[in-house]
Design a protein around this ligand. Sequence first.
Ligand code: G16
Length: 548
Amino acid sequence: MNDSPLQVLTLPTSPYPDQRPGTNGLKKKTHVFQSIKNFLHNFIQCIFSSIDLRDRQGSTMVVGGDGRYFNSTAIQVIVQMAAANGVGRVVIGQKGIMSTPAVSCVIRKIKAIGGIILTASHNPGGPDGDFGIKFNTANGGPAPEAVTNQIFQLSRTIEEFAICPELRVDLGTIGKQSFDLENKFKPFTVEIVDPVESYANSLRNIFDFAVLKELLSADNHIQIRLDAMHGVTGPYVKKILCEELGSPANSAINCVPLENFGGRHPDPNLIYASELVETMKSGQYDFGAVFDGDGDRNMILGKHGFFVNPSDSVAVLAANIFCIPYFQHTGVRGFARSMPTSAALDMVARATKIQLYETPTGWRFFGSLMDAGRLSLCGEESFGTGSDYIREKDGLWAVLAWLSILAVRRQSIDGIFLRHRFDYEEVDLDAAVEMMLDLELMISDRAFIGQVFTVGEKKYQVEAADNFEYGDPVDGTISRNQGLRIIFKGGSRIIFRLSGTDSFRATVGLYFDSYEKDINKLFQDPQVNYDLFLMDTSKIVCFIRSAG
Ligand code: G16
């Protein structure tokens, strides 16, 4: 405890017009947070102001980040502002490190009022990279739209913020630190915790660690290769997979979190994770996985680099769900996927007679269903998979889930769902919006329904086309304008959607999915045999060009 009480100040500021949180938090170029006066302070103040004062007073908050550049500096400011805004206790991962799923887990375990996560997810880090701030609420999940809208409204009119400028936290030492603030009876406390332990404990209760250890033991010869891409997952992989489950040390690479992720793009897909893809092609490893910067996304690869696309991943997990002990205890309440995610999961849901939900993009929609006890397992095409034990997607959970299936039985798939997403990145925002409006006009024309497109010998007839909207079955909220869908007879689909996670300009995502029952096509590259992409969509392509 410090000797004299620390000053609490209220300082004047001016609003910024561009603090609207995207699909998952506010992401900007790092220099925006670092150099623009009070840009960080304003947004943090708006987060605190969005919490009712009575709930905030004396409450506990969790803070963690993926270790990217500016992480520790931002945490010092957040703690100074938390103290000045009446929060009683802040729990922080040692060195400011805590993965997004671990933050969700800790919020729930210690019944915190919420958490702040410093991450720009899969975007590059460093002074020239991206930085981001996410606010998760008491259920452990991303703040619902009503809250993020409120934060945005507050950010447009903010005039002052509260701060204890002299407060300094030692982020390196595990344990409690207390600070006396002027005008406060109780001290403000900061608790530095091991970022892995509490989360690892949850996984121990979900999976059978003895079975997994056996699978990874030398006798069984399942060789795995995990790439943490110098993101936050490294310490979790080392502790859980290597130390505890006995996977050899060389099975885990790039496990030291770095401020710039080693100069790479910490995005687990076939392009940015090419190092792992190439290694897997050698055939030395049976199972490979890679994670994004903050540890919530994952990509799974099989022997010889076989790509398990994320839409299929959640479907395979669903079909084998009882290989995971947790679900044997809880039962299965429902499955869910985001709209652009392929319909593979729907087929499993139909076969198992389990309720399926199709939600807009963004994990918070799943969180709402989980809170209502309607959802157990869900996934997204954007490399996200997870379950209702927390309210975030979870890369390491997905790995242990897959290994649990491998431990019980070798995967057999009697069909393959081919799906692919193409991103047109950093296009002009206005042009992208205009393109979407033009396209919507075109597909809403009644003459568009029934049109037939021919690819080789196959014909695709448009059955339906719309701008997806979602009525939340729990609270009735309607989310409009969630992406354009062109659905063909037989279930093949083309989806157009503007990304909600850009820090700069816009990304237009095109998603193609189709059911392929020919088992011989299982190992073919979806990029070369994908019919829908070859379809004569000249009208559509010309809209895309005008946006680029
Ligand atoms: C976030 C959300 C995901 C969502 C993704 C979409 O992921 O948590 O639920 O699928 O954004 O990204 P986009 O809008 O660019 O398609 P993350 O990993 O960035 O937190």
